[in-house]
Structure formats: C-alpha cells, structure tokens
Write a protein that binds this ligand. Structure first.
Ligand code: NAD
Length: 352
C-alpha cells in the first residue's frame, strides 16, 4: 500500500521532525528541501525515507545538528574543509558556496570536504555549480556499513561511493551525471525491500557470496547476523571508479577510508573531493559552447533503438520526474511513511 503526498506537505513534515531533533528552523528547512527535491527528482532512495536514519544518527551522537564547516586550509584555489559531522545538506552547500566563489574568481578550485554527514544526492551540488556556469566533478566515499563487494570479492568492503559530473550547456539544460558506483544505490534496495519487491539478477550477492534477487540481504541481517552485498556497476571498471572515490573522497580529503569490520552505527559519513572549473576563464569558452552543443545534438540524432524511448542526456530523467511529481505528488509506500512517522515520535515532533 502507498499514499501520495504533495511536496509541500512532506517539506513541512520533515522540517518539523528535523527541528524537533535539535536543528535550527533554517537548517531543518534546508534538509527538508533537499530530501523532498530528491523525491521529486525520482530518487526516492535519497528522499524523505532517509529521515529515520538521520534521527537515529542524531540520537546516537554521530550526526551533529547546527554544525558549520571549519576551514582547515585555504590557499586560494585549494580548500580543505571539515564538515564536523554536520548535516551534509548544510555543510555541503557551505563548501560549494566557498569553492564556487573561488572558481569564479580565479578559474578553478579544488575543495576537499571531510566528515560531512550524508550529503544526499550529489547531483544537487553539481546543479548548484552549473547554475553559475561552472563545470564540477565530485568523487565521494561513504563511511557506514560496507555494502559493496570489490570485483571478485564475496562480501561488502566499501560503500556505494557516488561519482558526479555537471557540465553547463550554453542555452540548454545541463548535463548532470550522478550515480552510485554500485550497480544500484543501497537506498533503492531499502525501497524495494519495503515494497516487498525482488530486484533484477546481477545486483546482489547474499551473505554466502552467491547471487540473489532478494534486496533484504543488504537491508536486514541474514542468518548469523551477516549481510549480503551489492555488486559494482560495470564489473572491474565500476569497481575501479569506486576505489578512486575512496582514495580521493576518503583518503585525500582526510575524511577517512573504510577498513574495519561492519558496525551498526547509524551515521553515514561522506568525504567529497570536488573539482570546479570556470570555462569562461579557460579561454576555450566559444569552442566549449559550440562543440558541446554540436555533440549533444549529434547524440540526439541517433534513431531510437527498438523497444527504447531513444537517447537521453544525463540529467533529463531527473528533470522529467520533477515536472511530473510537482503536479502528481510524491508516492511513499506505507512502510517508509510509517518509519518517518515513528522517527518523528522519537523526537516528539508534530506530524502534519
Ligand atoms: P541511477 O542509476 O538512477 O543513475 C542516475 C544517473 O544516470 C543520472 O545522472 C541520470 O540522469 C542518468 N540516467 C538515468 N537514465 C538515463 C538514460 N536513459 N540515459 C542517460 N542517462 C540516464 O542513480 P543511482 O546510482 O541509483 O544513484 C542515485 C542517487 O544516489 C544519486 O543522486 C547519488 O548521488 C546518490 N548517492 C548518494 C550517496 C551518498 O552517500 N551521499 C551514495 C550513493 C548514491
């Protein structure tokens, strides 16, 4: 069973809950806007279904409300920032604001953000950058129970380590490529499990390392308290990219890499290594604009392969989902909504 909610109602509910858990009204609104935008964009895995996890993390002390970034190093176009376990939605936007200003001033900026609590949909940060005409590249690692198996391995050793690139296109909606380096996002397995669905073959192995289509293997403990694991996308290539995310987002930022047995802590810590470039300062602006558009046009002229809807550019599915869901509302399964309400009850929030 499921229920459909207008986005505004979900924003108000989430904001109440986050505020009841200790955040300022402004912080609660930023988190609520971010999560509901993920739902609107079609990524329910990173939407309001994250609220129970955030509340548990606050109650455990792993997520710190009302925490701002600390600047650890500032050498102009190199910034090292500590998110100090603040809400990723807040410290992520703060880090981007600093980095974008530097990139606009001097042409480029590298931002190493450590110890952010869950940054949510990484595409949000690329969208901030392309709005200002900037290219942005993000390598992110995830420190929480390791849910992805290395290529050739039989258990989870690292997180769903997302990678994201945003490229502004002159006079057109931007290219926003934003994906988990696992075959699918962990949150999508939670949604499938809550909805009682099996998933496609090739996504998962069970707690003994064998292939399975049961998303529950990465959501609830299996016999012996063990979990299964997600597989990397693109076999050894996706696995290699995930390692790059861990080395850059985790090690190079100083945030930390995962190299210990699984624990049950609820906090999700992201490290994010971001490269920002202002094409206007690179001297290639005209060629960039015309060559990028010519290539996108060329792609779009490819005839639709039989049985497909034709060629899309990354970012289009999210924009289409937003147009649809802003009107039709956001559908939440009863389990997810029940968990959100229960999370609110834990902190004494009023649920509208
Ligand atoms: P996904 O598999 O749905 O892939 C999304 C990307 O593919 C988008 O860029 C989308 O525009 C593009 N895309 C989808 N269909 C397309 C098509 N037909 N043609 C061209 N491009 C297409 O995404 P995912 O891997 O499930 O990740 C979902 C979200 O989870 C992302 O926003 C990611 O940042 C987020 N995430 C966050 C964390 C974290 O710790 N903060 C961890 C993992 C994932």
């Amino acid at each position: 069973m499921s229920k459909t909610f207008p986005a505004a109602q979900l924003r108000a509910t989430v904001s109440n809950i986050i505020q009841a858990a200790g955040s300022s009204a402004q912080e609660a609104q930023t988190v609520a806007d971010n999560l509901v935008l993920a739902n609107l964009s079609g990524h329910d895995s990173h939407g309001v279904g994250m609220v129970p996890r955030y509340i548990d993390a606050v109650l455990e002390g792993g997520l710190k409300p009302n925490t701002a970034i600390e600047v650890k190093l500032d050498s102009g176009s190199l910034l090292a920032l500590d998110g100090r376990r603040g809400y990723g939605q807040v410290v992520g936007e703060q880090a981007m604001a600093l980095g974008m200003q530097r990139a606009q001033d001097s042409g480029s900026c590298i931002v190493a953000l450590a110890n952010a609590h869950h940054l949510g949909r990484i595409g949000h940060f690329a969208e901030m950058a392309v709005e200002r005409g900037l290219v942005s590249i993000h390598f992110v690692n995830v420190q929480s129970r390791p849910v992805v198996a290395p290529f050739g391995g039989g258990d989870g050793r690292y997180g769903t380590n997302p990678f994201c690139v945003g490229v502004p296109l002159a006079g057109q909606a931007p290219f926003i490529l934003d994906f988990a380096t696992s075959r699918v996002a962990q949150g999508k397995m939670r949604v499938a499990h809550n909805e009682g669905r099996q998933v496609e073959p090739g996504y998962l192995i069970d707690e003994t390392g064998h292939p399975t289509t049961n998303p529950g293997v990465v959501v609830v403990p299996q016999p012996g308290g063990m979990f299964g694991a997600l597989l990397a996308f693109g076999e050894h290539k996706g696995y290699g990219m995930a390692v790059a995310c861990e080395l850059l987002g985790g090690a190079l930022t100083g945030s930390g890499t995962w190299h210990r047995p699984a624990d049950n802590l609820r906090a999700v810590i992201n490290g994010m290594f971001t490269v920002l470039v202002d094409p206007r300062k690179l001297g290639t602006q005209d060629a960039f604009a015309s060559e990028a558009l010519a290539f996108v046009e060329w792609l779009k002229q490819s005839p639709p392969a039989p049985g497909t809807g034709g060629v899309l550019l990354a970012g289009e599915p999210e924009r289409k989902a937003r147009r649809e869901r802003e009107t039709a509302g956001i559908v939440l399964d009863d389990t997810t909504w029940g968990e959100v309400v229960a999370a609110g009850a834990k902190v004494g929030a009023r649920i509208a």
